[in-house]
Design a protein around this ligand. Structure first.
Ligand SMILES: Nc1ncnc2c1ncn2[C@@H]1O[C@H](COP(=O)(O)OP(=O)(O)OP(=O)(O)O)[C@@H](O)[C@H]1O
Length: 144
């Protein structure tokens, strides 16, 4: 993935919605200058429960992260009353999505063990760097 992404919203073409959280919607998008697929998380700043300092801190943490099991933000910027966080696009979706479409009876124990082990590596990395995740859930676990 190229290193130079602009903070100009016109350089991003939002395609379909791929998920949503309490105050954010996530889109698959194209970064037009290089034609790369990215994910754009658009956080409605009016509907956000967190204050601006917390949001700024989370965005900064996400941009400094450097671990294969933790998604890093490429850049973030304000568009109207939203904060756009640009990230690599995880084409396989979350573990919950995979389970729903391919393993409706649930994953095998060995797969669960691997997923948990990789998740714990990510949490251990965050803790070592002084961060607490505070909201780990199955639908958030993208494929490693
Ligand atoms: N980089 C990404 N690539 C592909 N899909 C993504 C990406 N980021 C998020 N998604 C999808 O969008 C959904 C919502 O993402 P979001 O980050 O808002 O989740 P959340 O943090 O769990 O929500 P909440 O704000 O309620 O805690 C995810 O569950 C996932 O399906």
């Amino acid at each position: 993935m190229g290193k130079n992404f602009s903070v100009n919203p016109n350089d991003y073409k939002l395609l379909e919605e791929v998920g949503y959280g309490a105050s954010a919607t996530v889109y698959r998008a194209i970064y037009l200058p290089s034609n790369e697929v990215v994910a754009v998380k658009s956080l409605d700043l009016d509907r956000c429960n967190s204050n601006l300092d917390d949001i700024r801190r989370e965005a900064q943490t996400m941009s400094l992260i450097n671990h294969p099991n933790v998604i890093k933000s490429i850049c973030s910027f304000v568009v109207d009353r939203n904060l756009w966080v640009v990230m690599p696009f995880m084409a396989q979706g979350s573990c919950l999505h995979l389970m729903k479409i391919a393993y409706p009876e649930g994953f095998e124990e060995s797969a669960i063990g691997s997923i948990l082990k990789e998740t714990l590596k990510a949490l251990e990395y965050l803790h070592r760097h002084g961060h607490i995740h505070r909201d780990v859930k199955v639908r958030q676990l993208h494929l490693f």
